[in-house]
Write a protein that binds this ligand. Structure first.
Ligand code: DGL
Length: 361
């Protein structure tokens, strides 16, 4: 070779061989990384503030998905990530149409063999609701992880980047499959069914206080300690693939000296289902009950929930549900009972069947 090829050519050939070998190793390494799609919807994780100490009074939903990904280069070392900007909103404004759009997109992506998991970046205000809606409508065992942040991307010690990194690690972890939709925030892993936003501004806001987290993410590695026992994802009877709208279901909140104005107004506005966020064990104030009874007689499905936040609303406890033909929410919060009732009403108006659903999901 030395007589045929001068040193310069030999060096160049060696360089090419090295580059080829490095590319082959890289390709092999990349091939081993999970393929995770990030669906961005807005929120504080995509928010910006006027200064680095602005942690309230910032603007949510201003940073695009590619910038979110670029801000965390460590993600590329643990997953092959693609990003889609599904919509860009503050999550208090999310609509039924956007829930349906998101659920349909998730199901299309997860049906693709080259997608191993999905991360959804989302505002924290309604994150628990979107997570539960997807918990009941995603038709795959693959991990779906919702993530947000409590500080905007411009803030000192912003929690978004580490939350996003953790969410991608979780979505790319085979052990996360089959557990339903998950919420990854503040190094904790929550089930979509039971998690709630419990503080207006702190980074530990997402809590599953009595039933507990299902795991932790430590050093980027997920650790699981329990599973939820109620049905979800592939084990639900709900299919939104052909739906363009969801039934109107509202929530009426109870408090001392409450009357029936809200109930009557919501029914008059067309509610097909009404969740009563009762005091205590779902108690019905005397001044509200007649309006609920009349609404039921007029065909509105009534679910008794509680504003308390934890515990089972007992059937035939604070009200004779058998006689009134009411449904009880079991342990679901009023906002999540509303979601299950919306989906239930896409299948049936039979209250015995709907009660079965509240004891199944
Ligand atoms: N506007 C709220 C939202 O988009 C900001 C809260 C947040 O994302 O943490 O949910």
């Amino acid at each position: 070779m030395s007589k045929q090829f001068p040193q310069a050519v030999r060096t160049m050939l060696c360089g090419f061989l090295f580059m080829f070998a490095a590319a082959a190793v890289q390709a092999q390494t990349t091939a081993k990384l999970p393929n995770v799609t990030i669906l961005a919807t807005g929120g504080t994780i995509a928010g910006t503030g006027a200064t680095s100490t602005t942690t309230v009074g910032y603007t949510a939903a201003t940073v695009g998905v590619q910038s979110l990904i670029a801000a965390v280069p460590e993600i590329a070392k643990v997953a092959n990530v693609t990003g889609e900007q599904v919509f860009q909103i503050a999550s208090e404004n999310i609509s039924d149409a956007q829930w349906l759009q998101l659920a349909k997109r998730v199901n299309v992506l997860l049906a693709q063999p080259n997608v191993d998991g999905i991360v959804i970046t989302h505002g924290t205000d309604t994150l628990e609701e979107t997570a539960y809606f997807l918990h009941l409508t995603v038709k795959s065992r693959k991990p779906v992880v919702l993530v947000g942040s409590m500080r905007p991307s411009t803030a000192l010690s912003a929690d978004g980047p580490i939350n996003l990194y953790n969410a991608v690690r979780l979505a790319g972890t085979p052990e996360a499959a089959g557990r339903g939709v998950l919420v990854a925030m503040n190094d904790q892993i929550h089930s979509a069914r039971d998690v709630t936003k419990a503080n207006t501004t702190t980074t530990d806001t997402f809590r599953t206080s009595e039933l507990g987290v299902i795991g932790y993410i430590q050093g980027g590695k997920p650790f699981f300690y329990r599973n939820v026992v109620r049905n979800h994802t592939l084990d639900t009877e709900f299919d939104v693939s052909k739906l363009d709208a969801l039934p109107q279901v509202d929530v009426a909140y109870a408090y001392a000296n409450v009357g029936d104005v809200a109930v009557n107004a919501l029914v008059a506005a067309g509610a097909r289902g009404l969740v009563h966020a009762g005091v205590g064990n779902g108690s019905l104030p005397a001044k509200t009950k007649p309006a609920l009874v009349k609404a039921r007689k007029d065909g509105v499905v009534i679910v008794r929930a509680s504003r308390v936040g934890q515990g089972i609303v007992a059937r035939n406890g604070e009200a004779n549900d058998d006689e009134l033909d009411f449904v009880v929410a079991d342990t679901l919060s009023p906002q999540k009972a509303r979601i299950l009732l919306m989906l239930a009403l896409t299948k049936t108006t039979d209250t015995k069947n709907i009660q079965r659903m509240f004891y199944t999901y």
